[in-house]
Ligand binder design. Structure first.
Ligand code: HQG
Length: 181
């Protein structure tokens, strides 16, 4: 399967596994898992004919490792980025000294007032490297990278989590912990 087709499949999976399972009548459990066979059957009914090999390829090769199977591959879920109300069950972990958040210049004034908000998602998303933060920011406009003093924030009792694909997550980042450029 070529990159374009894989990307299209990944986008469709992001939509149903993170945001709108009801679009294809898919049942999702409280941890975000769906039945793999049911996902394929119900996708097909809606005109997305994905076979199991393609699904495996997306899970294994998707550039951000957005999805995971359970052990016997009977269930699948998105690793992060949900807007549906589920509980991923990640354990709190101590973050590094700094984490990075890529955003767009046009949001800066508002972030200076409110801190970083999770908006539609379950968490504010952060990365451990600058390149990822820059590409995340570019999705919204002219990118700007905010440095979050994560260790200090953690010491002040804000829990941090890391998703299976290495995205750092936290509830809200007050402005006092953000270094603006
Ligand atoms: C901004 C991608 C104004 C925030 C990426 C961001 C990520 C504020 C936007 C994942 C604000 C929300 C998430 C405030 C936050 N005022 N703007 N107070 N607080 N914002 O897409 O972090 O490709 O929900 O800076 O790799 O861009 O989907 O979040 O610009 O990990 O796998 O509001 O999505 O992963 O945008 O991206 P998003 P995000 P996937």
């Amino acid at each position: 399967m070529n990159d374009k087709q894989l990307k299209k499949t990944s986008k469709f999976l992001s939509l149903v596994l993170r945001h709108r399972p009801e679009l294809i009548g898919l049942e999702m459990d409280s941890a975000g898992w769906v039945n793999t066979r049911e996902l394929l059957e119900k996708s097909k009914l809606k005109g997305y004919n994905i076979d199991f090999d393609t699904l495996e390829e997306v899970v294994a090769n998707n550039n951000k490792k957005r999805f995971s199977f359970n052990e016997d591959q009977s269930r699948i879920r998105a690793n992060q980025g949900h807007s549906v109300n589920i509980e991923l069950g990640y354990e709190p972990v101590e973050p590094p000294e700094f984490l990075y958040h890529g955003t767009a210049t046009r949001f800066i004034n508002s972030i200076q007032r409110q801190g970083l908000l999770k908006r539609n998602r379950h968490h504010v998303h952060l990365s451990a490297d600058l390149a990822t933060a820059k590409s995340v920011g570019s999705r919204h406009g002219v990118p700007v990278i905010l440095v979050v003093r994560s260790k200090e924030m953690h010491k002040a009792n804000h829990p941090f989590f890391i998703s299976k694909n290495g995205v750092w997550l936290t509830e809200h980042i007050p402005t006092e912990f953000i270094d603006f450029p």
